[in-house]
Design a protein around this ligand. Structure first.
Ligand code: 4NP
Length: 146
């Protein structure tokens, strides 16, 4: 089993989107017995909450359900996941600080570094303080990275 955790700041917009898009792709490819997903946030303000209603609505319009409940990223995650995928460089730097050793640090990547069309070190922009377009852009970017 390959275990992947997507991580952003609040765990209510970007990483729940990445998790849901990836789950949709896994379901399409019938890889559910090979890949398991989760998501987390480096901040704890929204722990226990559903994803942002704008995140859920934008995904739903594409037939994708966002079902995650926000949780706080933890150093134990590095023992539970093979990949910890950060949405932006700040998330990545926070994860690298939390990682207990080199093996853990090697699990940390930026989502957009998996998209051959994105320049190295590109970020998934935070849509939280913006308009609806931002949530659609996050969906497109996550789709390309996943
Ligand atoms: P996310 O977006 O990191 O993509 O979940 C945010 C959600 C909440 C906050 C910031 C970013 N916040 O400051 O509460």
């Amino acid at each position: 089993m390959i275990r992947i955790c997507f991580t952003c700041l609040g765990n209510i917009c970007r990483s729940p989107t990445a998790e849901a898009v990836m789950q949709w792709l896994i379901d399409q490819e019938k890889l559910g017995d090979k890949i398991q997903l989760d998501s987390s946030g480096t901040g704890d303000w929204h722990v226990g909450q559903q994803a942002d209603p704008r995140t859920r609505a934008a995904a739903k319009a594409r037939g994708i359900d966002v079902t995650s409940i926000a949780r706080h990223a933890h150093s134990d995650d590095f023992g539970k996941f093979d990949y910890v995928i950060a949405m932006d460089r700040s998330n990545r730097d926070n994860l690298l600080r939390m990682a207990p050793d080199d093996a853990a640090r090697a699990k940390v990547h930026l989502l957009r570094d998996f998209d051959p069309k994105s320049p190295k070190d590109s970020e998934v922009p935070d849509p939280y303080y913006g308009g609806e377009d931002g949530f659609n852009e996050v969906l497109d970017i996550c789709d390309a990275g996943c």
